[in-house]
Design a protein around this ligand. Structure first.
Ligand SMILES: [Zn+2]
Length: 170
């Protein structure tokens, strides 16, 4: 994934160069450029979804499912940083300053997904579902964005949602 992202001219780190591991304000150019930001948690939720989906493949050994989850998430990071998706985010969503993730951020997004996967594999389904809803709610309240909205805005942007999200820029 790193090799491909690098070949796609993705940068290693935020242009600001500051060695700060996190960037909490999504309405700045630092978002998705440092290691951890609010979207880290939506990638944790990817892991929960992957676990639920891969759980349906009863005949596939556990270690293969881990590999599948990793490969799918790494593939998503590459897709997410391709011009098609980046332009779509910029056109239809609040991500006006979004020019793709830094490679460091993409690596941590994959780690986030695997953390979510590990969590889902260790708790009861109801706990995982409750955790999913809490994370979505907290993200919705704090950054006016979440995985569900992200998917909606990527697939079929809704103007009213975009306006509401834009109103959050302080
Ligand atoms: Zn920065």
């Amino acid at each position: 994934m790193v090799t491909i992202l690098r070949a796609m001219r993705r940068t290693w780190w935020c242009a600001c160069g500051r060695p700060v591991p996190w960037a909490w304000d999504i309405w700045t150019s630092h978002a998705s450029q440092h290691l951890i930001d609010p979207y880290f948690f939506s990638h944790v939720l990817h892991g929960l979804i992957f676990f639920a989906a891969l759980n349906l493949l009863t005949k596939v050994p556990t270690h293969v499912k881990w590999i599948l989850a990793t490969v799918i998430e790494a593939g998503w990071e590459i897709l997410e940083n391709s011009p098609i998706i980046i332009n779509r985010y910029r056109e239809g969503t609040i991500s006006l300053d979004y020019f793709g993730d830094s490679i460091a951020n993409s690596i941590f997004d994959v780690i986030a997904c695997l953390l979510g996967y590990a969590f889902a594999s260790r708790v009861r389904p109801l706990t995982a579902i409750a955790f999913f809803l809490v994370v979505e709610l907290v993200l919705l309240v704090t950054i006016r964005d979440c995985l569900t909205l992200n998917v909606i805005m990527l697939v079929s942007p809704v103007e009213a949602i975009k306006e509401w999200q834009s109103a959050g820029v302080s």
